[in-house]
Write a protein that binds this ligand. Structure first.
Ligand code: ATR
Length: 284
């Protein structure tokens, strides 16, 4: 990479941020597109958020990705919030258009894009979502927009209810492991894990509770966990005859949507395969 007098800066903010694979993924795309940009990680302490946002304008940055623990904290300092990000109360992408800073949430669009790229039709489906954190909110809201009937199952029922209330009138919450839960798992056409169960290293042998025999052919099981690539949930879902899809494709595509905003590109022109390869290489 050559830094010139015209190089523009994009990046990712987190705290900590050292584990992030976004720089590898985005710099690969920047190179493939021949852009004179560089994507840099910044450890931004929550107390410094206001100054960091002012820095985007002061330094003429094109924008940034925002990750834990800053996704809510940046909101008061932006000029505009996209309606989806506003509903979710979470921003993962800031775009600088001539000094006007707009906040977006690209998780939902990235998720739907990956489903579509996997040939999964999702409009109007019955969906079971495991978990009720930020990722769950983004997925639930995106699917509800596509007329899905969403059921949210979470260890803490009150949080599941909060997410269900975002996902429209047909949405509901069920208690983790109860009778309604078993019925929701067996009856769903699409099941999405947004919990950390299955994630490497601590919970790699875990998965959301599934009653023996509940998963079956005809269901699609999507795990937002991307490390390992084949989680225990995906292995068991495949064995039960389900279509099983891991979270790498969504991770790439939520980043690709950010890049498309910064570069003003059509999604079809973002080099997602090259981003996926860089992400995988960065993990090894
Ligand atoms: P994110 O913002 O990435 O979605 P989060 O807000 O920390 O992450 O949410 C993590 C989700 O995983 C939560 O739904 C959490 O359940 P609680 O709301 O009850 O805390 C769920 N989760 C984490 N560990 C779990 C476990 N061992 N069993 C079941 N659910 C778990």
């Amino acid at each position: 990479m050559v830094i010139s007098g015209k190089t523009r800066v994009v990046g990712v903010w987190g705290y900590p941020v050292g584990h992030s694979r976004s720089p590898a993924m985005h710099n690969a795309a920047i190179a493939a597109l021949g852009l004179d940009w560089v994507y840099v990680p910044f450890a931004v302490a929550p107390v410094a958020v206001a100054e960091a946002v002012a820095g985007i304008r002061a330094l003429g940055m094109l924008g940034v990705n925002v990750t834990v623990p800053l996704k809510q904290a940046v909101i008061p300092y932006l000029d505009e919030i996209d309606p989806v990000a506003e509903r979710l109360g979470s921003v993962n992408t800031i775009v600088n258009r001539d000094g006007i800073l707009t906040g977006y949430s690209t998780d939902g669009p990235g998720f739907l894009w990956d489903l579509a790229d996997n040939g999964v039709s999702f409009e109007g489906k019955r969906v079971l979502i495991w978990g009720a954190g930020g990722a769950s909110r983004a997925v639930a809201a995106a699917l509800a927009e596509r007329d899905c009937r969403v059921t949210v199952a979470n260890r803490t029922l009150a949080r599941a209810r909060d997410v269900a209330s975002l996902a429209g009138q047909g949405a509901s919450a069920v208690e983790w492991g109860g009778e309604a839960y078993d019925e929701a798992v067996a009856g769903a056409e699409l099941l999405v894990n947004t919990t950390s169960l299955g994630m490497t290293p601590a919970s790699v042998n875990e998965m959301p509770f599934v009653k023996p025999g509940a998963l079956h052919a005809g269901q699609v099981v999507y795990d937002l966990v991307y490390a390992p690539e084949r989680t225990r949930l995906l292995v068991e879902a495949s064995a039960a005859g389900c279509r099983a899809i891991g979270g790498l494709g969504m991770l790439v595509r939520q980043g690709a949507v950010s890049l498309a905003y910064w570069a003003n590109l059509d999604l079809a022109d973002v080099p997602v395969e090259c981003m996926a390869a860089a992400l995988t290489a960065a993990a090894s």
